[in-house]
Design a protein around this ligand. Structure first.
Ligand code: SF4
Ligand code: F3S
Length: 112
């Protein structure tokens, strides 16, 4: 079992999650983070730390965000590791809880 970063991290990227992960299994893209499913030890520490409620256990990912399970698998292989908290993205509060940002995330992914 792994935890999964979902839609609401996009354009927010608060990074509070990174600070508590004991195995440093977060990876950073231009507009959101993902969790490497093979490295996550299922400790659940990160889930309550996310101000945007973007992290779910794999078996609790909402139906309309199921595609993020595979996105975390794919992007964790190509994005760099992040181990320290940094400033959230500009306008993070404006984008917090604004869902269905996944199309933009894919555009960013392709551009890389
Ligand atoms: Fe890291 Fe634990 Fe969150 Fe997995 S559940 S990403 S190991 S903090
Ligand atoms: Fe994203 Fe939440 Fe972490 S917004 S960077 S999953 S604290």
């Amino acid at each position: 079992m792994t935890f999964v970063v979902t839609d609401n991290c996009i354009k927010c990227k608060y990074t509070d999650c990174v600070e508590v992960c004991p195995v440093d299994c977060f990876y950073e893209g231009p507009n959101f983070l993902v969790i490497h499913p093979d490295e996550c030890i299922d400790c659940a520490l990160c889930e309550p730390e996310c101000p945007a409620v973007a992290i779910f256990s794999e078996d609790e990912v909402p139906d309309d965000m199921q595609e993020f399970i595979q996105l975390n698998v794919e992007l964790a292989e190509i994005w760099p590791n992040i181990t320290e908290k940094k400033d959230a993205l500009p306008d993070a509060e404006k984008h917090d809880r604004v869902l269905n940002k996944d199309v933009q995330s894919k555009i960013m992914y392709i551009e890389r």
